[in-house]
Design a binder for this molecule. Structure first.
Ligand SMILES: C[S@@+](CC[C@H](N)C(=O)[O-])C[C@H]1O[C@@H](n2cnc3c(N)ncnc32)[C@H](O)[C@@H]1O
Length: 390
């Protein structure tokens, strides 16, 4: 059994703490003050005459602290995103910018001219070429796929495991939703004799190439050979045999129809993450449920960060959050560990502005420790000599 993951929170200015930290970190999450002008903020200062000057010496530690295939994810909005990009381009190299994700998360409708409803997740790799060479493939659950799988299962059970009737019931469920679900998903509208939701795809090779297989398949009912695609099969005979054994080849009513491949939704329910997503902000509502925690302006969302942390870093990621604030990052790591058995550890840095440590962070840590049974060590001033283990 793996050891219980543990976390450390350094209390102090990250400018003082960062030089004493040792990496490597697999993921650095940055959520600095956005420089909103400070009007709505009571818990921390959010007005900087020179935001870039404030950030530069802190970000300067990133290259040293990041693992070779480490990732930086930074939350920021329109005010400073361009300055942050320039800083990170200089430090990590513009060629290591993986992308900038737009999170459309609010419905505030009080503005006179434009409701700015989004902010950003700016993502860099320490070394994008090395990350790609490592075979990393980022995937997220496909929105709505689970709802479709659940509906297919309900139809299968209601039809008492009769594939034809289950398919009819499933299509009746799908019909009013076709216009709103992505077409890539609605193509999954067949249920096979094992109750699996699938679509069919063309088994023909996309191009002429030496070595393609032209081996005919024998129809299971008529015993005669079915037509072979004119450029051959898209897969080798070995792969085709594997698909036949797994009942992933669909034959027509007789041998005159070319067989098709069956693609199961359950095996294709993840997608490459998209650079724009919409999700209502829930951070403040979530924090309000933490016993003893006071208010904090704009805590980030556990669910959103969990999705992105799980996307860009492995289950044992060492995570650094130099602007820990109310402690969302800690909760995210613990919730993910709880869900997937991972061993993520967080090193956070929190400055006690506006009593955020006593008023919000410590109650949240106590709540998370109790909920997830993962300890958090607190270290005041210097990172090397923990003074109190919670
Ligand atoms: C945008 S908030 C981070 C919110 C956090 N991600 C959350 O979900 O609660 C920025 C935080 O950085 C803190 N901060 C500002 N300057 C800092 C510094 N020099 N060192 C450490 N924290 C700092 C602020 O006090 C504030 O709590």
């Amino acid at each position: 059994m793996s050891a219980t993951p543990s976390h450390t929170v350094h209390l102090g200015d990250n400018l003082d703490v960062l030089p004493d930290l040792d990496g490597p970190f697999d993921l650095v999450y940055l959520d600095p003050p956005y420089n909103t002008g400070g009007k709505v903020v009571t818990a921390y200062a959010d007005r900087f005459d020179d935001w870039t000057g404030f950030m530069a010496p802190r970000l300067a530690h990133l290259p040293r602290l990041l693992a070779d295939v480490g990732i930086v994810v930074a939350s920021i909005d329109d005010r400073e995103v361009h300055h942050l990009r320039v800083l990170l381009d200089d430090l990590l190299g513009a060629h290591n910018h993986v992308g900038t994700v737009v999170w459309d998360g609010s419905t505030i409708n009080s503005s006179h001219l434009l409701s700015v409803s989004h902010d950003y997740l700016v993502i860099y790799a320490k070394d994008l070429a090395a990350l790609k060479a490592s075979g990393a493939r980022w995937r997220q659950d496909r929105p709505d796929a689970q709802a479709m799988l659940d509906a297919a299962e309900t139809a299968w059970n209601a039809a008492r495991h009769d594939a034809q009737s289950a398919q009819e019931k499933f299509r009746a469920w799908l019909r009013p939703r076709r216009a709103t679900l992505p077409r890539g998903l609605t193509e999954y509208d067949r249920i096979d004799p094992k109750g699996r939701l699938y679509r069919v795809s063309d088994p023909g090779a996309p191009s002429v190439q030496a070595g393609r297989s032209f081996r005919p398949l024998v129809h299971p009912a008529t015993g005669q050979e079915c037509p072979v695609p004119k450029r051959g099969w898209r897969m080798s005979d070995v792969s085709m045999d594997r698909m036949l054994a797994a009942e992933l080849v669909e034959f027509g009513p007789d041998h005159t129809t070319q067989p098709k491949l069956k693609r199961m939704l359950a095996d294709n329910s993840t997608v490459v993450p998209r650079s724009v997503f919409r999700q209502e902000r829930e951070g403040a509502r979530h924090l309000a449920k933490v016993p003893g925690a006071g208010e904090f302006p704009f805590p980030k969302d556990v669910e959103v960060l969990a999705r992105w942390f799980a996307t860009v870093a492995g289950p044992d990621a060492r995570i650094l959050d130099p602007f820990l604030g109310s402690g969302t990052c800690l909760e995210v790591a613990m919730a993910l560990n709880d869900a997937d058995g991972g061993g993520r550890s967080v090193t956070g840095i929190a400055m006690d502005e506006g009593s955020v440590v006593e008023g919000v962070l410590l109650p949240r840590i106590a709540h998370c420790e109790q909920t997830y049974r993962e300890p958090v060590a607190l270290s005041r001033e210097t990172s090397r000599t923990p003074t109190m283990a919670a």
